[in-house]
Design a binder for this molecule. Sequence first.
Ligand code: NDP
Length: 330
Amino acid sequence: MSTTVTLTGAGGQIGYALLFRIAAGDLFGPEERVRLRLLEIPAGIGAAEGAALELQDGAFGLLEHVEVTDDPAVGFDGADHALLVGARPRGPGMERGDLLAANGSIFGPQGRAIAANAAPGVRVTVVGNPANTNALIAAAAADGVPATRFSALTRLDENRARAQLAAALDAPVAEVDGVTIWGNHSATQFPDVAHATVAGRPALDALAERVGDVTAWLDGSFIPRVAKRGAEIIQVRGSSSVASAANATLDHVRDWTLGTGERRTSAAVVSHGEYGVPAGLISSFPVRAVDGAWQIVEGQEPSPWARERIDRSVAELVEERDAVRALGLI
Ligand code: NDP
């Protein structure tokens, strides 16, 4: 058996960090062979072909086949997983409407090509920003593919939040569980530790002992640090986070495919009205993956303080949805 994975933006930075780990078995384990389809725009084909040559030189035993193309029909042919990483970055002077329109012209056709060419059970993970709304556009265009097969990445935000919580409590990150990212993968996201545990103990209790005023610490330190971590990496490293974004993408797809058991994680998935999030939006929630499907974990009712922050991020998603609707993209 083998799994076909299509990667868009395969010639880009995150693509380069993803490809070799997928080929090495970091996605589905050491038994499952993979077939890679690298989709790029014409300007990125050279970089994708170069990566394909290096994949060949890796002599990966699990890698059955690599195809490089700029044709979405070929790129998504038979895809079990589509990782939509390539996106149009915000250029100088570009307004949000321009950015949404530019990405609509990428993700709409990709949604249609997925519906026409991918495997019947295809699962689509959107990484390229604005990820939630790009996923909404692709899902709307993918006639016949249930919207539940589309999700957008907030796992990097969750990993960052878990790591910050672990650091604050001087605990191993493996002992931190149940952190939730709500809303949009943007600066408005709300990283929520209300239901998190550290070594089985409520994180809020442990935090109260360490930092005193927990709300002040969350508002003044934790939330902005997590939400602005991308900018911090750019400032320190001189370029954007790439390996950690690729790592989180693998975490997300692996969990979706292999299941989470009782563990909770975060992903942006289609709302059916859970937690008051308008139905149809692709918003981040606490989720589990069961039998290859995301399930929103219910019963994590937010406090009024948390509700206000969730509502702010969801309002941004509503604005983005209304903007792409006005542009005729959904
Ligand atoms: P990256 O590989 O660094 O990033 C790709 C996308 O991932 C961007 O939209 C970026 O958002 C997003 N992203 C999500 N999370 C993160 C994170 N934590 N850190 C950084 N980025 C994140 O971009 P490159 O410019 O190196 O590569 C993009 C490639 O996509 C190019 O090769 C281009 O040719 C290709 N492309 C392919 C398309 C296609 O296949 N049809 C369409 C458009 C582009 P942000 O912009 O906010 O950083």
